[in-house]
Design a protein around this ligand. Structure first.
Ligand code: COA
Length: 530
């Protein structure tokens, strides 16, 4: 069992805790924007029409009191589009089945899909495919966001491709249509296995009345072109005709109940213990200044079952902690950075550990706090590139599910080796304390300054120190802002920023979703450069 040396009584712990709480308050304000959707005016209009909001639809769909793991809630943060990108996505339990749920937010630009909502939808589809989760689309959308159509029309076709590929993989897809679903949007029900439409509300047509008039001169009304009743009785596009929104949700739940769904992954142990150390203390462990190291075992001790950890190679490559544990009853291997820098020993240790996990079909959790692989003559000559490449090879070709949590820094190729976004972890979450970039802001500005100074010398020009100071300050500020979790979450580089205290719960929900699919390791890695 891991022992803890955290002392909540120290000034340092309190300062860390206050720093973390301040960041959580800032993030909560941004989450509130996503929940507010299109704002009071559009919400009131939506209600006057007797409609439920996107989140109310999700809540009614899920089993009572069951959790919803919302994904990418801050998508589009820092862009011209509304925070959340007019789409709610997440994993929830319907009739005991974990499903990927997408809900258009009709209060934001009529639920039109903008470039960020499109990418958020792609990410949700990837999660459904990788983890074998049935998809339920709660549809009410004005289709493509017309002013940005050039960014979405061509790549957006993937949405419908993903639906039918999911069906081909025997992962069910369900569309509950609450309102508009026209033009390309008509293929949402069109490509789904099961379709429910709400009477007098659903409108599903390739072209609405004005477009039909323009194209063929025919006069037609909404109902005869694409009403729910027409689709249920005449075209056959609707399998079920719902009386109202609640009835549609009831019918959707019945569809899931009849899927005869079975998970393919092994079931978790049911007799697991909670961590011995208090998760509340996770708020005070990561220093506000990420240059100050912290022991990741203090984090591990507060997220794993019984704080029970079997460390592997504790005496070798000590700036990376590796070991076996259980989380909400699921076996897991953990790789956690201890002092920031990855040396050759750590890279080799990680490679061996990833291979071991693949031998035993054990999922892996990466806890990031790394400034990258060590640089310098001694380390280059010692083969740091080769060894970093070994670790990146192992992480790329490993087939057991990976989970990543950015706890502190995640810089340079260290982000890659620790299974950063491009390495397809099944889920990647960030703590408010996380920072990620090609390197630290000060280092990046310093490198740029050296390169520019050398350039001026080569050209025989004088170097303007005043400009240099201004440039460094500007670049440092920009990179600092771009390294922060809200910015990265806005760009969909993570699946959400989480409260450190929720880490165990979020990882437990993720592992449970992951086990909808099989969990199998590989022995087929690329050529390891020795
Ligand atoms: N692209 C960009 N903005 C859109 C949009 C779209 N596809 N659809 C709606 N909006 C905007 C509206 O301009 C309006 O913006 P504003 O309030 O800032 O003026 C806002 O969303 C709400 O639209 P509104 O028409 O007032 O809402 P509604 O609930 O009465 O109707 C729709 C919603 C979706 C039925 C209706 O807006 C519509 O038919 N949109 C076009 C649908 C279409 O043909 N899309 C092409 C698909 S490829």
């Amino acid at each position: 069992m891991l022992r803890s040396s955290v002392d909540p009584g120290t000034a340092e712990f309190q300062a860390n805790r206050e720093g973390m709480l301040a960041r959580l308050t800032e993030i909560a304000a941004e989450h509130a924007k996503a929940v507010a959707g299109g704002g009071a005016k559009y919400l009131a209009r939506h209600r006057e029409r007797g409609k439920l909001t996107a989140r109310e639809r999700v809540e009614l769909l899920l089993d009572p009191d069951s959790p919803f793991l919302e994904l990418s809630p801050l998508a589009a943060w820092g862009t011209d589009f509304a925070v959340g990108a007019s789409l709610v996505t997440g994993i929830g339990v319907v009739e005991g089945v974990e499903c990927l749920v997408n809900a258009n937010d009709p209060t934001v630009k009529g639920g039109a899909i903008n470039p960020w909502g499109m990418r958020k939808g792609f990410r949700a589809a990837d999660i459904a495919a990788q983890n074998r989760l049935p998809t339920i689309n709660l549809v009410e959308s004005g289709g493509a966001d017309l002013p940005t159509q050039k960014e979405i029309f061509i790549p957006g076709g993937r949405t419908f491709r993903d639906l039918t590929r999911s069906s081909a993989a025997k992962i069910p897809t369900i569309a509950l249509v609450f309102g508009n679903s026209t033009a390309g949007g008509a293929y949402l029900p069109g490509m789904s296995d099961h379709v429910v439409m709400v009477r007098e509300r659903a409108k599903v047509f390739l072209g609405g009345p004005p477009l039909v008039k323009m194209a063929t001169g025919e006069d037609a009304d909404d109902e005869s072109l694409g009403g729910a009743e027409m689709h249920a009785r005449v075209s056959g596009l609707a399998d079920h005709l719902a009386e109202d929104e609640r009835d549609a949700i009831r019918l959707g739940r019945r569809v899931v109940a009849r899927l005869n769904w079975r998970k393919h992954g092994p079931a978790p142990a049911t007799d697991y213990a909670e961590p011995v150390h208090d998760p509340e203390e996770l708020l005070g462990i990561v220093p506000t200044d990420l240059k100050v190291p912290f022991d990741p075992r203090e984090v591990i001790a507060r997220i794993i079952d019984g704080s029970d950890f079997d460390e592997v190679k504790p005496l070798y490559g000590t700036s990376l902690v590796t070991g076996w544990a259980q989380l909400h009853g699921y076996p897991i291997g953990i790789l956690a950075n201890a002092s920031g820098v990855l040396f050759s020993e750590e890279a080799q240790k990680a490679t061996q550990f990833i291979q071991l996990a693949n031998q035993t079909d054990t999922p892996l959790l990466f806890l990031h706090n790394t400034t990258g692989y060590m640089v310098g003559k001694e380390y280059e000559q010692g083969g740091i590139i080769k060894h970093g490449a070994m670790m990146i090879n192992a992480v790329s070709n490993s087939r057991v599910p990976h989970l990543s949590v950015l706890v502190g820094a995640s810089y340079g190729a260290g982000h890659y080796g620790m299974c950063g976004r491009a390495y397809d972890p099944r889920f990647l979450f960030a703590w408010p304390s996380a920072k990620s970039a090609v390197m630290g802001p000060a280092q990046l500005a310093g490198v740029l300054s050296i390169v520019m100074r050398q350039g001026a010398e080569r050209r025989g020009q004088p170097y303007n120190e005043e400009h240099d100071a201004a440039m460094r300050a500007m670049v440092e500020g920009q990179v600092e802002a771009e390294s922060l979790p809200m910015f990265l979450s806005g760009m969909l580089y993570d699946d959400g920023i989480i409260d450190p205290r929720d880490t165990r719960t979020v990882l437990g929900l993720s592992l449970s979703a992951i086990h909808s699919g099989p969990v199998e390791g590989t022995t087929a890695f690329g050529v390891f450069r020795m």
